[in-house]
Ligand binder design. Structure first.
Ligand SMILES: Nc1ncnc2c1ncn2[C@@H]1O[C@H](COP(=O)(O)OP(=O)(O)O)[C@@H](O)[C@H]1O
Ligand SMILES: [Mg+2]
Length: 382
C-alpha cells in the first residue's frame, strides 16, 4: 500500500540513543507522533518520545509491537533484527531504509563486496573466517582488521602495523583491509527519497581520536579541492543509488595521501558527521531523514555558515554519573551551541553530547572549536 503523508503521522524509531533523541525532537517539531523501542528506561530518546516500548531491538515480538503502532518505522543503529523486519515489511509495513539494504550494510564484508561489485573504489579487502597470524601474513601488513558484524565507534577495528602486533587482533569472523595512507577522513550525508530524489549535505572532514579510533571533531566545509569534492559526491551518490536507499545515509570516505577518494563505509541512518547541519544548514540531517522516509520532497542542504562540531566524550579514566566541566566558560564563545544527550552514566570515550561552533570565517570556527575542546571535560560527579 502506498504511503500517504497525513496529519500526525506515526513514526517508530528502533533504538533510542542520541541519534534517536535528535530525530524524535525534529519529528515532534514536524507534528509526528513518536514511538521508540529501546531496552533502557533512561534512553536519551525516551525523554522526547510519546511512547516508549521497553525491549530489545532484536526481539521479534517487540519489533512487531512497534511497527504495528506506526505508519513508518526507521532506526538509529544498524545492529538490529533485520530478519524480523524483513518479515514485517513483506506484510506491507513501511520500514526505511529497507531491511534488505540493512542486511547488506550489517556485515562489513558483504557491504564492501557489494560496493566493489558496483565499481565503487574501496581499499583492497578480503574476508577471513578465522583471524590467524598466517591469514594476516598472507594478506600483508600493515592491515586493518574489522569484525564483520556488530562493531561501532572503533570497537571492532584493530590496526596491525606488523606481525609484532598480532596479539592486538580481535577474535571472530573478520574482514581484512589494506591500511590506507590517509590524508583526510571525509564524510557526506546523502539522502534519497522513495521517489528517487537525491540530495547531499556539504562534504565534511572528520578528525579522529588516535587512542580510541573514535570521531572527535567534524569540520564543515571540508578544505579539499573542487575535484576531490566532486569525486566524493559522485562516489557517495553512486553507492546510495546502487543500494536504492530510502532515508539518509552517512557515507565515510578516505582522501588518500596520493589524492584518491575511497569509500570506507556507509551508515544507513543519521550520523555523527551530520550533527553540524542542525545549526549550519537550511535542512538538518534529521528533518531530511524524516522527509525521505515519509515520502516528502527533500529539503535544501545549503551550508548557511561554516561550522565545527566537537564530540563531548567521556574522560578515558572514569565511569559514573556525568558532570561537565567548563560549560560556563565555553558558552562564552560566540556561536557555540550545546547538545547534551541525557545519558545517565559516563564511560571512557562514550559520546555524552556535542557542541557546534559556527563562524563566517572557517578558520575562526576551527580556532574557537580548539579552544572549546580544551576547556570542556566530561568527568564524574564527586
Ligand atoms: N583501511 C583502512 N586504512 C586506514 N585506516 C582505517 C581503515 N579502515 C578504518 N580505518 C580507521 O578506523 C576507523 C574506524 O573504522 P570503520 O571501518 O569506519 O569502523 P567503525 O566506524 O564502524 O568503528 C576509521 O574511521 C579510520 O580512522
Ligand atoms: Mg566508521
Amino acid at each position: 500500500m502506498a504511503l500517504r503523508y497525513h496529519y500526525l503521522m506515526r513514526i517508530g524509531i528502533i533504538g533510542g540513543g542520541q541519534l534517536g533523541k535528535m530525530l524524535a525532537l525534529k519529528a515532534k517539531a514536524m507534528g509526528f507522533h513518536v514511538s521508540i523501542l529501546d531496552p533502557y528506561p533512561h534512553a536519551p530518546a525516551a525523554l522526547i518520545a510519546d511512547r516508549h516500548i521497553l525491549g530489545s531491538v532484536h526481539d521479534t515480538r517487540k519489533l512487531r509491537e512497534l511497527v504495528d503502532a506506526c505508519d513508518i518505522t526507521t532506526f538509529d543503529l544498524e545492529d538490529i533484527n533485520a530478519d524480523a523486519l524483513e518479515a514485517l515489511e513483506k506484510e506491507g509495513h513501511h520500514i526505511h531504509p529497507s531491511p534488505g539494504l540493512l542486511k547488506i550494510i550489517q556485515d562489513k564484508f558483504v557491504q564492501k563486496q557489494f560496493l566493489a561489485d558496483k565499481g565503487i573504489p574501496v581499499p583492497r579487502f578480503q574476508a577471513v573466517d578465522e583471524p590467524t597470524p598466517e591469514a594476516f601474513a598472507a594478506f600483508g601488513y600493515p592491515l586493518v582488521q574489522k569484525l564483520r558484524r556488530g562493531g561501532y565507534d572503533g570497537r571492532g577495528v584493530a590496526v596491525l602495523e606488523s606481525a609484532a602486533q598480532v596479539d592486538d587482533h580481535l577474535p571472530g569472523p573478520s574482514m581484512l583491509e589494506e591500511k590506507v595512507e590517509i590524508e583526510k577522513e571525509l564524510a557526506l550525508m546523502v539522502a534519497r527519497s522513495s521517489k528517487g530524489q537525491l540530495k547531499c549535505h556539504p562534504l565534511v572532514e572528520m578528525v579522529f581520536d588516535p587512542e580510541a579510533n573514535i570521531c572527535d571533531v567534524v569540520m564543515a566545509p571540508a578544505l579539499v579541492n573542487k575535484a576531490q569534492e566532486e569525486e566524493s559526491i559522485r562516489i557517495a551518490s553512486q553507492a546510495i543509488e546502487a543500494l536504492e536507499g530510502v532515508g539518509i545515509f552517512g557515507v565515510e570516505l578516505f582522501l588518500t595521501r596520493d589524492g584518491r577518494i575511497l569509500l570506507n563505509e556507509i551508515a544507513p541512518r543519521t550520523h555523527n558527521s551530520g550533527h553540524f547541519t542542525i545549526e549550519a544548514c537550511i535542512t538538518d540531517q534529521f528533518e531530511q531523514h524524516l522527509r525521505s522516509v515519509a515520502g516528502l520532497p527533500l529539503g535544501a542542504t545549503d551550508l548557511l555558515i561554516p561550522a565545527v562540531m566537537v564530540n563531548l566524550l567521556g574522560a578515558p579514566e572514569v565511569k559514573g554519573k556525568p558532570s561537565i566541566l567548563g560549560m560556563r566558560e565555553a558558552m562564552d564563545i560566540p556561536g557555540l551551541s550545546f547538545h547534551l544527550y541525557g545519558k545517565a552514566e559516563t564511560r571512557p570515550f562514550r559520546k555524552m553530547g556535542h557542541i557546534t561552533i559556527v563562524d563566517h570565517d572557517v578558520h575562526q570556527a576551527r580556532e574557537k572549536a580548539q579552544r572549546a575542546r580544551q576547556i570542556l571535560k566530561v568527568t564524574v560527579q564527586n
